[in-house]
Design a protein around this ligand. Structure first.
Ligand code: O2Y
Ligand code: MN
Length: 613
């Protein structure tokens, strides 16, 4: 589509200003069609950036290799540029917005020379849904356009809903690598050096400016930047919730349906849980979303959730037929792979894919030929796929996608789950005593840092409240307050009983020999069934100082798990909890200063008193 055809004068002016700043060779407004997607792929093939996979094994699938300096979200280059530093809070990087815009305007000046500027109209959420929001991403990366086609709803249908004066979140993106006359990418992933990368958010003006990275969350601006960082600010101001949560549909053997959402920090198996195959007879679990939930109260006082995304941007290593059969099915066609290995027969491969690589040689994520691994493991430091290698696949291809996953009114939520990778202390499942206790649970969420992340904190618990630490667009103390206020409002309106029940789960408890006590994966369906029944005040439970836990026998033990182990998993470690409370009081809550809601300190005092009582 041509610029002249746009019906929104504000949008046209914004694009014209971007063109004059960034000096692209050409401008294209994306229409979202299959032929446009195919054109992007062709441009990427011609530039030597895409490798087609074996069309018989993986039709319409392509592999990309990014620059080794551009392989993941860059949290230390991600900024919340609110007018006041206090509004960004202690957990976000902050730069004064005027100063940051000056620096970035300098970088954007002429940044698209030799490239085409694409304007991507995209909807986060079903087009036209009351809960959805429109974004407009300007980018010079056809890789971003192709990924946005999968991850969001793109094109003319979005412009139709926008009309001539609709609201959109303006998003600038450039890989930061202009081309000189006659220069081509020639197989080299374009990006800027780390010190020039900026992933910037301007919460007051609802703008996103990204420069220098072409990878994932840094470049696909609908995902973490819009759907979490900017949306969390919109949600605070408009009275709804934008959360880093999966959405599940659970059907009981009696055919009753409930929807639950769950927030888990990275490396806790969120996508696997979202696509779980239950072992519990008669139960069915289906996927509504695997990463983000937007929730608004309906006229009936219940909270309704949509998945703002249309695809999965999942971690490849570790995904196999045992850990996530449904993800493996979802990526059989029409999928973009990034930083995976390439086998001799033109297929992808990664560590823990479930089998060795065929043939004699394999090409690793850096493009180097290596001996083909005989098993699905590689020695540390010699991995074939990057640890953050990804697949981008359409959600509609998931065999267990729920039929209502695109319902514009969303699905009514019965429960929130919070969870983390906690080797000790935290029980298998714990129901909060009420809303504020549930907010307390969310606020102390944390996870053991695993060797999957390069960090000097491996083995330590890193607090990641509501799994939103890298994604909250404002002060987290105010974010906790927002959660408390929503509950109080619902109570005041007589809808307290319609609020989702809140649970904390932990699949990762270890015994004294360091072995996992709970098998996880499909067996988590046993815990989901208990949660499902607790939402109706059924299922046996016992009141404890830390919350309501399953009574012995309330969750049937999976094969190979003894009654003693079940009892340990579902009991209160009083001494461990005293240490937990002390850590929250001394090290965690003080970070939020006087913005930490007094209700949460009161909850901390009450739990401590019960533990001592
Ligand atoms: O590394 C990236 O750019 C992707 S991060 C990501 C992708 C999908 C879902 N969640 C995440 C995350 O970091 O939470
Ligand atoms: Mn995520």
């Amino acid at each position: 589509m041509k610029l002249e055809e746009l019906k929104h004068p504000g949008l046209k002016k914004w694009i014209e200003e971007a063109v004059s700043l960034m000096s692209p060779n050409a401008v294209e407004v994306c229409d979202g069609t299959q032929s446009e997607y195919d054109r992007m792929i062709k441009a990427l093939l011609d530039a030597g950036l895409a490798t087609p996979l074996n069309a018989e094994k993986r039709p319409n699938c392509f592999l990309f290799r990014s620059d080794p300096s551009d392989v993941a979200r860059v949290e230390n280059r991600t900024y919340i540029a609110s007018k006041s530093q206090d509004d960004a809070g202690p957990t976000n990087n902050w730069i004064d917005p005027a100063e940051l815009k000056k620096t970035m305007t300098g970088l954007y000046s002429g940044c698209m020379k030799g490239r085409t500027m694409y304007v991507i109209p995209f909807s986060m959420g079903p087009v036209g849904s009351d809960i959805a929001k429109i974004g407009m991403e300007i980018t010079d990366s056809p890789y971003v356009v192709a990924n946005m086609h999968i991850m969001t709803r793109v094109g003319t249908k979005v412009l139709d809903v926008l009309g001539s004066d609709g609201f959109y979140v303006p998003c600038f993106h450039s890989v930061g690598k202009p081309l000189a006359e006659g220069e081509e990418d020639n197989g080299k992933w374009p990006c800027a050096p780390i010190e020039d990368k900026y992933i910037s958010h301007f919460p007051e003006t609802r703008e996103i400016w990204s420069y220098g990275s072409g990878y994932g969350g840094n470049a696909l601006l609908g995902k973490k930047c819009l759907a979490l960082r900017i949306a969390s600010v919109l949600a605070r101001d408009e009275g709804w919730l934008a959360e880093h949560m999966l959405i599940l549909k659970i059907t009981s053997p009696q055919g009753e349906v409930k929807y639950v959402t769950g927030a888990f920090p990275s490396a806790c198996g969120k996508t696997n849980l979202a696509m779980l195959v239950p072992t519990l007879p008669g139960w069915k679990v289906e996927t509504v979303g695997d990463d983000i939930a937007w929730m608004k109260f309906g006229a009936d006082g219940r909270l309704y959730a949509i998945n703002p995304e249309a695809g999965f941007f999942g971690v490849a290593p570790g995904t196999n037929d045992d850990s996530n059969k449904n993800a493996m099915e979802s990526i059989k066609k029409n999928t973009i792979f990034t930083n995976c290995g390439l086998t001799e027969d033109g297929d992808i491969w990664w560590e823990q894919i479930g089998h060795g690589a065929p043939g004699k040689e394999i090409i690793d994520w850096k493009g180097q030929k290596k001996p083909a691994p005989q098993t699905d493991k590689s020695p540390k430091g010699e991995e074939i796929a990057h640890a953050n290698a990804r697949f981008t696949a359409p959600a509609r291809q998931c065999p267990v996608i729920a039929s209502e996953w695109e319902d514009p009114k969303g699905v009514p939520i019965s429960a929130f789950l919070f969870g983390g990778r906690r080797p000790s202390t935290i029980p298998l499942v714990n129901q909060s005593k009420g809303w504020i206790h549930g907010v307390f649970m969310g606020s102390i969420t944390g996870s053991e840092v695993t060797a999957a992340v390069i960090s000097d904190q491996v083995g330590q618990i890193r607090r990641d409240p509501f799994a939103m630490l890298p994604f909250c667009g404002y002060h987290m103390g105010d974010y906790f307050k927002h959660w408390i206020k929503l509950g109080q409002k619902a109570e005041a309106e007589g809808n307290g009983d319609k609020l989702p029940k809140i649970f904390f789960v932990n699949w990762f408890r270890k015994d004294k020999d360091g072995k996992f006590m709970w098998p996880g994966y499909s067996e988590n369906s046993r815990v989901l069934a208990w949660i499902f029944e607790r939402c109706d005040n059924k299922a046996n439970y016992m009141e404890t100082p830390i919350g309501n836990l399953p009574k012995p026998g309330a969750i049937e033990a999976p094969a190979g798990i003894s009654a003693d182990t079940m009892e340990e998993l579902c009991s209160v470690d009083i001494e461990g909890w005293k240490k937990e409370i002390a850590d929250v009081r001394q090290n965690h809550y003080p970070k939020f200063g006087d913005k930490l809601p007094k209700e949460l300190y009161a909850e901390l005092d009450a739990i401590e008193k019960r533990l001592n009582g």
